[in-house]
Design a protein around this ligand. Structure first.
Ligand code: GAF
Length: 376
């Protein structure tokens, strides 16, 4: 029991406990930082944080899953820690909370979770949101889910150094059980769509070790912002494909392809929400396929093992379900919306072919959509 472990570790009982899920994105990739649309769901993998207040200003953490490493820092002197990278998510979160004017006390924190790390399922956002929820409860901050998401994103942008958008933190905070979320990343107003009980969210982890993710990610963002500037719009959200073609000569060839992905992905995401609502899985399939091709050819964020998995699963689902890479890219996972009666065939095909093709063993997670840490 986690409460027992907390007592054993810190010699007293915890007073707050948060659970923040990871996420999978069904469609709308690299659109969030372009003020566009995304369509994620929170999943049944989560980070948990148990906490008790201290009378001093020390944040004292034990990470159960990182060999029970201990890390501590003072709220009055928060520095980047080059030795324990995981601690910087916490350092960043407490730093932005104080910058935003919230009054904090020191605390003992026990951290544990089962979100696969480095797999593109938002283990870091779920950690940030779990910390924000526990700090909010313990220190009476009354944070809303949207506020928490914005603070988590700021921690990552300003302290950790990844120029991520808002999608991951927002769905980890405000996901809903049994539903996916269409999020307008400009207004931050979520709309929820039920996932049919006849379909499963099947996530396949390629186990491709993701290298250079952050620098490639930040490059993509810079390229998108360059394209928006060349097109004379605030963000790529404000451009259409017709305008893009018209002004093609103002962009480099690479900027053109990056912008083409983002603008067409926004269109696909809105169409996807409608197709899912009316149960049109032929259209769901076509849109997820087109999204993947666009990530592969125009945004250039897929790798051969991921493309192989997507083609393999597409061969089984045809137009009865959809499959594409999910998350930031350069490895990680693919996601399928898979009719329940095809899940076993997908598992068998991956077991039979993936290792022979790539030398890697894939993990398969059949997931449900869950509540975010600030839901309800
Ligand atoms: C990562 C980022 F953190 C998100 O903000 C988003 O941009 C995603 O990559 C790509 O869609 O998960």
């Amino acid at each position: 029991m986690l409460s027992e472990l907390f007592k054993k570790t810190f010699g007293r009982s915890h007073e707050a406990h948060s659970v923040a899920p990871g996420r999978v994105n069904l469609i709308g990739e690299h659109t969030d930082y372009n003020d566009g649309f995304v369509f994620p769901a929170a999943i049944d993998f989560a980070t948990q944080v148990l906490a008790a207040p201290r009378s001093d200003r020390i944040i004292n953490m034990v990470a159960v899953d990182v060999e029970s490493q201990r890390n501590r820092f003072s709220l009055d002197d928060i520095q980047f820690d080059n030795a324990m990278m995981w601690s910087n998510y916490a350092r960043g979160v407490f730093n932005v909370l104080q910058e935003a004017g919230f009054t904090l006390s020191g605390m003992d924190l026990l951290i544990t979770g089962n979100v696969p790390q480095g797999a593109g399922l938002s283990s870091s956002a779920s950690f940030e949101v779990a910390l924000l929820k526990v700090a909010s409860d313990l220190c009476g901050l009354s944070l809303t889910g949207t506020q928490a998401a914005q603070l988590g994103q700021r921690a990552e942008n300003e302290f950790v150094g990844c120029a991520c958008g808002i999608m991951d933190q927002l769905i980890c905070a405000l996901g809903q059980q049994g539903r996916a979320m269409l999020l307008d990343c400009r207004s931050l107003v979520p709309q929820y769509t039920p996932i049919s009980p006849e379909y499963q969210i099947v996530i396949i982890n390629s186990n491709v070790k993701r290298g250079l993710v952050e620098s490639e990610y930040n490059d993509r963002r810079a390229q998108c912002e360059g394209a928006a500037r060349a097109l004379g719009v605030n963000a790529l959200r404000d451009a259409t494909l017709v305008q893009l073609k018209h002004w093609k000569h103002k962009l480099t060839e690479m900027e053109y392809r990056r912008a083409k992905h983002v603008i067409s992905e926004n269109d696909r995401t809105l169409e996807f929400a409608e197709a899912l609502t009316r149960g049109d899985y032929g259209q769901v399939s076509a849109l997820m396929r087109a999204s993947h091709q666009s990530m592969k050819n125009d945004f250039e964020i897929t790798v051969p093992a991921i493309d192989y998995l997507v083609d393999l699963v597409h061969g089984i689902l045809g137009d009865t379900g959809g499959v594409r890479m999910t998350g930031g890219g350069f490895g990680g996972c693919i996601v399928a919306l898979c009719p329940t009666d095809k899940v076993d065939a997908v598992k068998r095909a991956v077991a039979r072919h993936y290792q022979a093709e790539t030398g890697l063993v894939a993990d398969i997670y059949v997931c449900t959509a869950e509540d975010g840490a600030f839901a309800g």
